[in-house]
Design a protein around this ligand. Structure first.
Ligand SMILES: *Cc1c(COP(=O)(O)O)cnc(C)c1O
Length: 237
């Protein structure tokens, strides 16, 4: 089941990239393993998933201990990161998708400096302006991003967003287009130490639309593993 889902999702990624005239190798699939059992994650890895995404530090820590890191597997953090958990992320994650404030970036920077490290991060942008969603206001970003650039303990590798959930994937398209435009605007400022190569956008229901709009990282959970054990109460964002 999981291996068939993986084949299918990979095929859809390639087709979406081609529709947009993009090289499919410019899109990476992040398999979102949150809430899935170790047995399920093992099947995913067996099937060939190499990029894994978690949204809770503690849960991720257990899985990373079980499956390892730097052995061909990369773990990304996609959830709400509390400042008191920042000290753990360096041993666990290769990329943090969800840095939603300057204060959080500063906390990561400070810890990184202390241990002589640098953490690649994406800035989460609240394109939809929903109160329930975290993220930087897109209107503030072109000005704010200079402050992020000064933090040597983080590498600003791109932007991430979560649109309002809707069954119809086309509803997501304008949000993803706006994130890409915002990226282009910020890139054109030519600020040192701001890279913005990555656009993390698209989930199970809308990753093809996201790819058509320029996603380089799609975060797919249920589309690969089936429903999460707790699904019903939504834990996205
Ligand atoms: C859970 C989650 C996903 C995956 O959602 P699916 O709809 O299961 O693909 C993607 N991104 C974030 C931030 C999430 O929390």
């Amino acid at each position: 089941m999981i291996s068939e889902n993986l084949v299918q999702v990979k095929r859809c990624i390639i087709e979406a990239a081609k529709r947009a005239g993009r090289d499919p190798s410019g899109v990476r699939l992040l398999a979102v393993t949150k809430e899935q059992s170790d047995a399920t994650v093992a099947k995913g890895i067996q099937a060939g998933m190499t990029l894994l995404g978690e949204n809770k530090v503690q849960e991720a820590s257990g899985k990373i201990e079980a499956f390892g890191r730097k052995n061909g597997l990369e773990w990304h953090f996609i959830g709400r990161l509390q400042k008191n958990k920042v000290k753990f992320i360096f041993d666990l994650f290769d990329l943090i998708h969800s840095v939603d404030s300057l204060a959080l970036a500063e906390a990561i920077h400070k810890k990184a400096q202390k241990i002589g490290s640098c953490m690649p991060i994406l800035l989460q942008v609240n394109i939809s302006g929903e109160k329930s969603k975290l993220g930087i206001d897109p209107l503030d970003l072109p000005r704010e991003i200079r402050k992020f650039a000064k933090l040597e303990g983080v590498k600003i590798s791109g932007l991430m967003t979560i649109p309002p959930f809707d069954r119809n994937p086309e509803t997501s398209r304008p949000y993803y287009a706006r994130l890409r435009e915002l990226r282009d605007t910020c890139s054109s400022l030519n600020i040192p130490r701001i890279y913005l190569d990555e656009l993390s956008m698209g989930m199970s229901n809308d990753y093809e639309v996201a790819i058509e709009e320029g996603a380089t990282l799609v975060r797919v959970g249920t589309g690969l593993f089936g429903p999460r054990p707790s699904l019903g109460k939504r834990t996205v964002g």
